[in-house]
Ligand binder design. Structure first.
Ligand SMILES: CC(C)(COP(=O)(O)OP(=O)(O)OC[C@H]1O[C@@H](n2cnc3c(N)ncnc32)[C@H](O)[C@@H]1OP(=O)(O)O)[C@@H](O)C(=O)NCCC(=O)NCCS
Length: 163
């Protein structure tokens, strides 16, 4: 929680990640550490309502570790466990103003789902009273052969080589 405002460029989204996530979703969440320091994390879960879906709630990478494949690696690990549980898609959302996150998700093969508004040409969904404002919603089909290799890194990903 301490790193979030800095990692999110000054935006304070900590209210979206209360301790219940770390209490109840440990088996589907990851932390990445280097020399005992936190360099990345992913908080996700297997959707209890839709048994073919998994959901990534938050991902963050230390600013000095970006563009090295670390978030791709974390997504890959999550997609593997989702597949192993029979899930056929992974969903995620991000604030419509978070252009880095939108570019990252598109790069990994996520598609933007329809919304109820359009902001900056993007399909957005209003989130009344929620920090971060309107969101864009993403989906990655795990059963699309073309996407299969994209978010799942090889064992020698660039993240492994970092540092
Ligand atoms: C979004 C974020 C998690 C990406 O982490 P990362 O470790 O830098 O991402 P990766 O290095 O694994 O990138 C995976 C792919 O996405 C691309 N990518 C990542 N960030 C990008 C950006 N800002 N613009 C364009 N492409 C980007 C990479 O080039 C890479 O593509 P490639 O492997 O084909 O070259 C990171 O920027 C971050 O922590 N941002 C702040 C927190 C945040 O916004 N989280 C998401 C919402 S919860």
């Amino acid at each position: 929680m301490a790193v979030m405002p800095e990692w999110w460029g000054g935006r304070d989204l900590r209210a979206l990640l209360p301790s219940i996530f770390f209490e109840h979703f440990r088996t589907t969440s990851f932390v990445a550490e280097y020399e005992e320091g936190l360099v990345g994390f992913l908080v996700g879960f297997l959707c209890p309502t839709h048994d073919d879906e998994a959901y990534i709630h938050f991902v963050g990478v230390h600013p000095s570790w970006r563009r090295a494949g670390l978030a791709r690696d974390l997504y890959g690990r999550f997609c593997e466990l989702a597949r192993a549980d029979g899930r056929r898609s992974v969903r995620a959302v991000t604030s419509v103003v978070n252009h880095d996150s939108i570019a990252f998700h598109r790069r990994l093969g996520f598609v933007l789902l329809p919304g109820d508004l359009e902001i900056d040409g993007l399909p957005a969904t209003a989130e009344l009273g929620v920090p971060g404002g309107p969101i864009v919603r993403f989906e990655l089909r795990l059963d699309d052969a073309g996407d299969r290799q994209e978010p799942v890194p090889s064992t020698s990903s660039s993240a492994d080589r970092r540092g």
